[in-house]
Design a protein around this ligand. Sequence first.
Ligand SMILES: Nc1ncnc2c1ncn2[C@@H]1O[C@H](COP(=O)(O)OP(=O)(O)OP(=O)(O)O)[C@@H](O)[C@H]1O
Length: 249
Amino acid sequence: MIQLTDLHKTFNKGQPNQVHAISGVNLTIASGEYVIIVGSNGSGKSTLLNLVSGSILPTSGIISIDGTNVTKLAEYNRSKWIARVFQNPLSGTAPDLSILDNFRLAALRTKPKGFGIGVTEAFKKQVKEKISLLNMGLENKTEQLMGTLSGGQRQALTLLMSVMDDCKILLLDEPSAALDPRSAQVVMQTADTLIKDFNLTAILVTHNLKDAFTYGNRIIQMSEGVVLHDLSSEKKAALSQNDLFEWFS
Ligand SMILES: Nc1ncnc2c1ncn2[C@@H]1O[C@H](COP(=O)(O)OP(=O)(O)OP(=O)(O)O)[C@@H](O)[C@H]1O
């Protein structure tokens, strides 16, 4: 469970360019919930994800994960709970390493410093089994350099790597925005399947209202740093795509 209590984030406090990016957000996200966050440019969506991941710290308020107060915990120390996928497919992987070596690096992410993982036959088998879940035929190309794959293939592998190490929370920051429509659909469906299969708590930030409508079991609209709408599963199911467009009119 993720709990945000009276969360505030002000950038450039006391300066002429001061911005209240988050202004008193209270949210409780249950385990297994898949929350979609929409909102206009500058409404605070990415800042909220940054606060949850620990890449920035709040000005005030409390963030807790599974009952542990993580408000002041650095991003590195939250990584055992949290995985994050960004818009740019290049940001989640090392292009000059093979698919297999990328998985080896990912497996080391949450291990203590100095811990090593060799590419054993057992590890290779485990990686191939996982990759075959994507149905992209990439399980037979694990020696191929990551940089030679398409953006969609890389993003799907990034998603898979990010959930392989027992993380509980997946933060998706417009993961398909840089992809062509077909690849975007594959990545969104892959995310949906992995969230269900691994029973993850997930937050997706998106500008794509079709995705917002299709995926997730809760939808939130941010506006000027506050939560404007918050619809639970039943209400989201009753929402039409037109209703969603109306939120932005
Ligand atoms: N590091 C920063 N320093 C100063 N201001 C910032 C910083 N990060 C975000 N902001 C400001 O905080 C506000 C919220 O930004 P944020 O990126 O969270 O919005 P967003 O809803 O994700 O927007 P978009 O949809 O355009 O990505 C904006 O006014 C933005 O300019």
